[in-house]
Write a protein that binds this ligand. Structure first.
Ligand SMILES: Nc1ncnc2c1ncn2[C@@H]1O[C@H](COP(=O)(O)OP(=O)(O)OP(=O)(O)O)[C@@H](O)[C@H]1O
Length: 314
C-alpha cells in the first residue's frame, strides 16, 4: 500500500459504470437496502464501509444481479446487472460461495478463463494471484488465505471493466494483501472500476479514491477518505495532566463538546466536536495540561463517530 490519502483525489467523470436509483431490498421485516442512490465512474476505486448488517453484501448482491431489488433501478454500463455479467464486463469475488472441490487450482482457474468471454492466459492469471506454485494442489487442501487468492484469480480471469470484491483480503497475509492491492491499483489505473466492501478501514484509507459509508441500508457519507474524516467533525485532543486527582477527572469528563473520553495514568485522550472550545475550557478549570496535541480523526475514528451519531438519531 504505497498510495497516500494526501496524493489522491476523486476522479471526476461524467460516464456511469454503476447506477443505483432509489433501490430498496427487504428480507421479511428487515430492510437491508433503503432507498440507495449512487453512481460509480470509470477508474474509481471505491470502498464500501459499514457496520455489521449495514447492507454491504446485499448492495453487492443487487449490483451483481444475484438478487432482485424490491424497487428502484440498478444499472451497470447502462444495462441490467445480468446482461453486464453475461457480457463478461464484471468480475466478482464474494465472501461466500464454495469453490469446487476435487479439482486442482489450475483446473478451476482454467475453467474460470474458459467461461469468460474475454479471458486472460491461465498462467498469467495464476501468477498474478500468486498461486502458480500451488497450481497442482487440490482446492479442498488449501488454507483460507490460499482460497481467497483462488477467488481473486477467478475474479480477474478475463478483461473486466468493473471488479466487485466483498471483503477480499480476509484471511490473506500481509504479503498477499500488498500484492493483491497492487494488482487492483493497476486495474484501476487501466480505467477499470473497483468496488470493495471491507471492515479494514486502513485499507479503505490507503487504497480508495472514494469511500461510501452505509448504515441501515442508507448512504451515510460519500467522499474521499479526507472528506469523510472532515465530515465526522470531531477532533482528538490528548494531553498529560501529572498528579490529576479524582475531581479534576470528573471536571474533565464534563467538558463541553466531548464525544469520547479516556484517561490512563497521567494521560487524557478525548474527542471533541469543538476542539478550540474544549481546550479553552480545560484552561478555564485552572488546569495546566502538558504535551497538548490536537489532531483530526483517523478514518476508523471518523467511521465510528459517524455511525454512532446515526444510531443515536434512531
Ligand atoms: N438472506 C437473508 N435473509 C434474511 N435477512 C437477511 C438476509 N441477508 C441479509 N439479511 C439481513 O439484512 C441486513 C443486511 O445484511 P448484509 O449482509 O447486507 O449486511 P453487511 O453490511 O454485508 O454485514 P456484514 O458486515 O456483517 O457482512 C442484516 O440485518 C441481515 O441480517
Amino acid at each position: 500500500m504505497t498510495t497516500t490519502t494526501a496524493t489522491r483525489t476523486a476522479k471526476p467523470t461524467t460516464d456511469s459504470v454503476v447506477s443505483f436509483e432509489n433501490v430498496t431490498k427487504s428480507y421479511g421485516t428487515v430492510r437491508a437496502v433503503d432507498g440507495l442512490s449512487l453512481t460509480l465512474h470509470p477508474g474509481e476505486t471505491v470502498a464500501l464501509l459499514g457496520p455489521n448488517g449495514a447492507g454491504k453484501s446485499s448492495t453487492l448482491d443487487l449490483l451483481l444481479g444475484l438478487r432482485p431489488a424490491d424497487s428502484g433501478s440498478v444499472r451497470i454500463f447502462g444495462t441490467t446487472p445480468r446482461e453486464a455479467v453475461a457480457a463478461g464486463r464484471v468480475g466478482a469475488m464474494l465472501q461466500s460461495g464454495g469453490l469446487m472441490e476435487e479439482v486442482t487450482v489450475r483446473e478451476i482457474v482454467a475453467l474460470g478463463c474458459a467461461l469468460h468471454p474475454r479471458p486472460h492466459p491461465v498462467d498469467k492469471v495464476l501468477s498474478r494471484a500468486g498461486i502458480d506454485k500451488i497450481a497442482d494442489r487440490r482446492v479442498d487442501k488449501l488454507s483460507g488465505g490460499q482460497e481467497q487468492r483462488v477467488r481473486f484469480a477467478l475474479a480477474t480471469a478475463g478483461h473486466n471493466d468493473l471488479i466487485v470484491l466483498d471483503e477480499p483480503t480476509t484471511g490473506m497475509d500481509v504479503t498477499a494483501r500488498q500484492s493483491f492491492w497492487a494488482t487492483m491499483r493497476e486495474q484501476a489505473d487501466q480505467g477499470r472500476t473497483v468496488l470493495f466492501a471491507t471492515h479494514y478501514l486502513e485499507e479503505a484509507d490507503a487504497i480508495a479514491d472514494r469511500v461510501l459509508v452505509l448504515s441501515k441500508g442508507r448512504l451515510l457519507a460519500d467522499g474521499t477518505a479526507a472528506e469523510i474524516k472532515a465530515k465526522a467533525g470531531a477532533r482528538k485532543i490528548s494531553f498529560d495532566l501529572p498528579a490529576a486527582v479524582g475531581t479534576d477527572i470528573e471536571q474533565l469528563r464534563a467538558l463541553p463538546f466531548l464525544t469520547a473520553f479516556e484517561h490512563h495514568g497521567d494521560t487524557v485522550r478525548i474527542q471533541s466536536r469543538d476542539a478550540d472550545a474544549t481546550v479553552h475550557a480545560v484552561y478555564g478549570l485552572g488546569l495546566y495540561p502538558r504535551n497538548l496535541e490536537v489532531a483530526g480523526l483517523g478514518l476508523e475514528q471518523a467511521f465510528i463517530a459517524l455511525t454512532e451519531a446515526e444510531e443515536a438519531t434512531q
